[in-house]
Design a protein around this ligand. Structure first.
Ligand code: EAX
Length: 322
């Protein structure tokens, strides 16, 4: 009896401790602290700190310090990471339903993508993420992706012919670029700058946000505004961390993720307006008048990576979002 009471008291003290002790949360991402992810990570930390009255503090682990996006996602599953802001690049390896968002030439524009992710479809896919030892807190954003390279201006799919192009570790993207004529080389983001510098690959594709944040103009002369795919990002948390929190505390994490997404999207908007001038100022040749139709036609078979497994219902639903 005495033993049981002692154990119970101990458990109560532990529980009270968990609810009141200060806890530091690390937010990992692949870009610089001043990038759209950095701004989003800071908004997450500041909002969580404010809502919790200082009980939660936070630090960024920027620039892939704790690994590439795939490594960081694995870290969430085993509890070695707390919170990660990541593109969906490698996420389909963990949650294949998410490939529906990575299909080329699917989203018409930013409004279409954001409305889809903030609505029913976004919620459904966050729930799928939650079934895979991860917690999807909120959709955030990377941006429409464009091709850069060191060899030549790309205007047509023929210009991609034979270009060694780094892609994310994403089956849909790799398939799309094979179909469009490039030679896709999947690689984690932290290795990319050096690979471009050393000529291991000729080019890569990323949104204006990432090209500017990573100063790719130092190693790439040409950028073509192909906008070939929208790159969603997501604020993920470790279920091991969240399971140890009270419901109120968990609510703060969701609120902080929403604030993070809003801050990141605002920065994406700013760079969509200012970014092309920035690329030119830094010496890149920017090709803006791309006829997307031939690229889209060639990339179409990449849809099968998703539809062979799940059918085309989700694709049709996304297309129908106004
Ligand atoms: O999420 O790997 C990539 O190209 C991503 O766009 C980048 O890490 C930002």
């Amino acid at each position: 009896m005495k033993h049981t009471l002692t154990a119970l008291t101990g458990a109560l003290i532990l529980a009270a401790g968990a609810a009141t002790a200060q806890q530091n949360i690390v937010v990992g991402h692949s870009l610089s602290p001043t990038s759209h992810y950095g701004i989003g990570a800071q908004a997450f930390i500041d909002t969580l700190n404010e809502l919790s009255d200082g009980a939660f503090t936070g630090d960024q682990a920027p620039a892939g310090q704790l690994g590439g996006e795939r490594d960081m996602i694995e870290g969430l599953q085993i509890g070695s990471m707390d919170v990660v802001i990541t593109s969906t690049g490698p996420l389909g390896n963990f949650v294949p339903e998410v490939y529906a968002l990575d299909l080329p030439f699917l989203f018409r524009d930013y409004d279409h993508a954001r409305t889809t992710l903030d609505g029913e479809i976004g919620q459904e896919l966050l729930a799928k993420i939650d079934e895979n030892q991860l917690v999807g807190l909120a959709w955030t954003e990377n941006g429409f992706r464009h091709v850069t390279n060191s060899q030549r201006p790309v205007r047509t799919p023929e210009d991609l012919d034979g270009l060694k192009l780094r892609t994310m570790e994403n089956r849909v993207h790799m398939e799309a670029f094979s179909e469009m004529g490039a030679s896709p080389t999947p690689m984690a983001f932290p290795e990319l700058f050096t690979a471009l510098q050393q000529g291991v690959v000729d080019g890569q594709e990323n949104p204006v946000t990432v090209i500017t944040a990573s100063k790719f103009w130092e190693v790439q002369g040409h950028v073509s505004l192909t906008g070939h795919v929208y790159s969603p990002a997501v604020v993920l948390a470790s279920p091991i961390l969240l399971d140890g929190l009270t419901e109120e505390q968990r609510g703060w994490f969701y609120e902080a993720a929403k604030a993070s997404a809003a801050a990141t999207r605002a920065e994406v908007n700013r760079l969509e307006d200012a970014g092309v001038a920035l690329l030119r100022e830094n010496g890149m040749e920017v090709i803006t008048d791309i006829d997307k139709a031939p690229f889209a036609e060639l990339a179409e078979p990449a849809y099968a990576v998703y539809t062979d497994q799940y059918g085309s219902d989700m694709v049709d639903r996304i297309k129908a979002v106004e």
